[in-house]
Design a protein around this ligand. Structure first.
Ligand SMILES: Cc1cc2nc3c(=O)[nH]c(=O)nc-3n(C[C@H](O)[C@H](O)[C@H](O)COP(=O)(O)O)c2cc1C
Length: 373
């Protein structure tokens, strides 16, 4: 499970560069500023958040800890953040929504489970359950080549059968507390959002639904139709180029998430902090731009916002919190980031996250962050 969460595609080049690109970007603090109480509150697609950090959609979280997706959604709501719930959640989208207060429902991340017909059904269910925005992930036409999972022979979707139990048994026994909780939680390895999906009125199996995700994925015209069917705030996740950013604008997206799936899909694509300026320039204020990939520190958030992101998503960082202490662990991760951001903004001499701009980072004349091309 550690490898499933931590790992990426191929040689994990992009997993690494997501972090090193943040590290190679320097901040430009201003000294001796007048005291102002640091402000972290902002808005994304018209919704207020008290911290510019959302939790990224991550599948199968109940395997990590029984609090799972519902625990993440509750923690995010309690911290004034937003949880984006994966279609691949191990808890049904209705149950996750019901676990949160009515005025702080999460956002739903759509995969075309069951193909385009299935996507339509998931969109309708997400609307009925009260989700406040829809995020469609577009960088997953096929699963990435995650060799740690291949080496560990982790079947996707995850499942436990006799042979996997024998293979993974020693490792499971070495983690008795995890194993106890996992068994008590009913070994949640299924994808409950696939239950009830139907094609031409006939129910389909989980296996059929996940196969259709690969053979019947929505392209731009279908994505535009899905946006209209949804009718609320709509974001596209997995954009790395100006060309695709313009397509998002063409179909009327309210938000764009610059993401390389945490380096888990196509390896050797740009680090997201390096791809961000190109997307921000193409969007030119016509949609909100968000970023994920390698965000672990308050200073990472400041760098992303300085280069034009309205907010960031954290993937693995919140999953580690969940693994350690369930819902409480996710709250703690968000609190740590909040504390870091407050301290870092004071140190930057710029106490308002909403007015940070490119002058907050050292732009390299040879780098993707150059300010005046
Ligand atoms: C365990 C795990 C599962 C994920 N599952 C999904 C998913 O179901 N849908 C999706 O759009 N992205 C998924 N992602 C990608 C995240 O949403 C996000 O883009 C990525 O984790 C950000 O990088 P970071 O982990 O470095 O913060 C997953 C990531 C991880 C680590």
């Amino acid at each position: 499970l550690f490898d499933f969460v931590a790992g990426g595609a191929d040689d994990e080049v992009t997993v690494t560069t997501n972090r090193t690109a943040f590290a190679s970007l320097s901040l430009r603090p201003r000294m001796a500023s007048e005291y102002m109480k640091p402000n972290l509150a902002t808005s994304v697609v018209g919704q207020a958040i008290s911290i510019p950090v959302l939790t990224a959609p991550c599948g199968f979280l109940r395997i990590v800890h029984p609090d799972g997706e519902a625990g993440v959604a509750r923690a995010a709501a309690a911290e004034g953040s937003v949880s984006i719930v994966s279609a691949m959640a191990a808890t049904s989208l209705e149950d996750v929504a019901a676990a949160t207060p009515a005025d702080a429902r999460p956002w739903f991340q759509l995969y075309a489970l069951g193909g385009i017909a299935g996507a339509d059904q998931l969109v309708d269910r997400a609307r009925s359950a009260g989700y406040r925005a829809l995020v469609i992930t577009v960088d997953t036409p096929v699963p990435g080549n995650r060799e740690r999972d291949v080496r560990n022979a982790i079947p996707m979707p995850l499942s436990v059968n006799l042979s996997s139990a024998v293979r993974l048994g020693p490792s499971m026994l070495a983690h008795p507390r995890w194993l106890y909780r996992f068994i008590r939680d009913g070994m949640p390895t299924k994808l409950p959002n696939t239950l009830g999906l139907a094609i031409d009125g006939a129910r389909i199996t989980q296996e059929h639904a996940t196969r259709l995700m690969v053979t019947d994925p929505p392209a731009w015209p279908a994505i535009e139709r899905i946006r209209r069917r949804w009718g609320g705030p709509f974001l596209v996740k997995g954009v790395l180029t100006a060309e695709d950013a313009r397509r998002c604008l063409d179909i009327g997206a309210d938000g764009i998430v610059v993401s390389n799936h945490g380096g888990r899909q196509l390896d050797s694509v740009a680090a997201t902090i390096d791809a961000l300026p190109e997307v921000v320039d193409a969007v030119d204020g016509r949609a909100d731009v968000l970023l994920d990939g390698g965000v672990e520190r308050g200073t990472d958030v400041i760098k992303a916002v300085a280069l034009g992101a309205k907010a960031v998503l954290i993937g693995r960082a919140h999953v580690w919190g969940l693994a350690v202490a369930g819902e409480r662990g996710v709250s703690e991760v968000l609190r740590i980031l909040r504390d870091e951001l407050v301290r870092d903004l004071r140190l930057m001499g710029h106490p308002d996250i909403t007015t940070i701009d490119r002058s907050a980072v050292q732009l390299r004349s040879d780098g993707p962050h150059r300010s005046n091309p």
